[in-house]
Design a protein around this ligand. Sequence first.
Ligand code: UTP
Length: 458
Amino acid sequence: MISFEGYDAVIKKVYQSGNEHVFKFWDDLTIDEKKHLLQELSLINFDEINELYALTKKHIIPMEFEPAPFTRLPQTLEEHKEFEYAKQVGIDTIKKGKVAAFVVAGGQGSRLGFDGPKGIFPIGPVSNKTLFQIHAEKIKAYEKKFGIDIPWCIMTSESNHQATVDYFEKHNFFTLNKDKVFIFKQNMIPSLDEQGKLILETPYSIFRNPDGHGGSLTALYTSGTLNKLLTMGIEVLSYFQVDNPLVRIIDPVFIGFHVTHNAEVSSKALQKAYPEEKIGVFVKFSNGRIGVVEYSDLPQEKQYEKDEQGNLRYGAGSIAIHLFNTHFIEKIAQGNISLPFHVAKKSIPQYTNNGKHTITGYKFEKFVFDALPLTEHNFILETKREEEFAPVKNKSGVDSVDTAQELMIHLYKKWLLQKNIPVPKVVEKIEISPLYAVEPDDLPDSIAIPLQKEVYLA
Ligand code: UTP
């Protein structure tokens, strides 16, 4: 057994757990590298590792479920009135300074294969503005509209934290009040090989992955951000993903319904485009709780099941837009109610005698929608896909940069059409800066769109 002053207990645990292979390169390490490795190992909870590995062997039988009820887009006069009322409540809540924005941006963006935080990926079809800049400008626009500062929480992870902070500093936080932009890191969790052992990423570090977007609730609490929000009187946190440039970050109608339903968590749903679409669906479990079942866990017969009208019975898809009550997050985090880990078999780089090799191993992640079954009160609102959902997941094909940009252009044209502002045929690409209009009502009554292939309204 190796030894190192001050770390004997850690070393013992490593050997006891059968992970002594992590000391394979020990004799070649410098003192600092040895310390680094031991420091990382001291943060690992070996009991948790065993539990995680046990998950890979477990066949989890999901609880019985039926489709979850949701509030559909308004069709009747009565429903229109309800939406109008919710909007007023929402505006009131926002103006009282009770709402903050929260983007999760800790993911590794492996499918996009972009070098750097996904938030600094240029997505504006004409402006080339990054995802972060578009989100920042939307928040700026809402601040102007509602006459109040809107705090913004940004969750990063170890590998992209510094680059994210540097980016915001370089751009002067896009003129937002930097004291109200909270950038904090999520937790990391070791990945395991197929035998349940730790994986060396370098001769002196362990391969770990961010603990999933579900880690955000704990990270808000442990980073001290939640406490700051509570001190500021924030009651509602508007949660979204960094890779959706169409997200309506501050939506008065949604917020209003959340408040009137006294919901701990609210969610937006849209109709699945086709049965195999890779999004989770909202369900009601047999214990009466609401939740989301991942597309991969939805039994095939349920995937294709239709209702009396011929629509998909499990058609209410989750697009990862939620509102969280800050006191609910506090209750969950303080009460140590941990969201469950999910297992994914993935390629992982492992350091060996011959350098780095890719092996198949297990990554463990928490999903934020697992908070839903923990709620007493929740609310699901239907929304229109083309108005709120343009995920940037892949380099090309489905849910890619191209599809997201097309959806952005399509939406901006729709806004102009709604205002009876004709878009000349010659215009191939049009983009509207959030600072010009964050929703169609902000557009002026008449604009002369220039006769150009690419137009940016700013
Ligand atoms: P995805 O599950 O699409 O993952 O994340 P990803 O990292 O962006 O991309 P792939 O799967 O590696 O290609 C959805 C959202 O959740 C955030 C992401 O940053 C994105 O906004 N996320 C994901 C986190 O913040 N932390 C995580 O650990 C995982």
